[in-house]
Design a protein around this ligand. Sequence first.
Ligand SMILES: [Fe+2]
Ligand SMILES: [Fe+2]
Length: 290
Amino acid sequence: MDAGTAEPLDIEEYEIGSPGHRQALARFFLDTHVEYNPDRIDWPVLQDTERARLLSLPFWQEAVSTEAATSGKVLAAAQLEPDALLRKAIELQGFEENRHARLLARLTAQYRIPIQTPPPYQPGNTESDFLFAGFGECFDSFFAFGLIAIASESGYFTPELIRIFEPVIQEEARHILFFVNWVKYRRSQLPWWQRPAFRARCAWLILKQVASRVKTAKDMAGGGDSQASNDNFTMSAHQNLGVDLTLHGLLGRCLAENERRMAPYDTRLLRPRLVPAIARFLHRVLPASI
Ligand SMILES: [Fe+2]
Ligand SMILES: [Fe+2]
């Protein structure tokens, strides 16, 4: 969708956790859904160098697997949701995640990027799986916002490909906005004595996501033996993007894009705060040369 077209919701002010919050949360999500069909995308013909750039990105397998798993987790979590309106919204998110997986499958087939079909989702602790996936999206989407903007301006991806990715990235903005509000709403519905355990579970899942990203960052910097480190994405991205992609610059861009992508939606909804706060702190303390 165009990040500037969503209408503000015409409902009264509300408190977080109130029926008004629940209604605004579900309505914002349901009303901003956009239609597109990944099976009907007109994929641009790429030059050999453009295709080689796509092929060199190390994350296709991870992206396909993550989208497929997230779709399974979200659809399973929808069945736990007692509220019909919120359940409808979560089911719609599951549909959108599945659409991301289908779009990536189409893309990788179109450009002959080798991908293994991920195994079907095996339900575990459904609510924890949903929470873990949601916190993961809060990290991944924040960085995707900045990277896609940089890739667009530098010509790293052709404008036609950027146009295809655009609704996917904006959907991730909607997903994390929905998620952080759902977490607050869900916690508010618990009896007071269950809330500390819920908070602790969330904190633990966030820490697990942080640990997993620190490991990925180390691998990408060459400290591990994963596929990511072999491809050394940070190095090749720096060269191919043709811009001075410092961590400081990337964080600044991600912060600005995060604001822009969240701006169209009901301002009374809570915004994702943790990842932008970490990024803002690092942006302030890191020298611009890093
Ligand atoms: Fe997704
Ligand atoms: Fe998502």
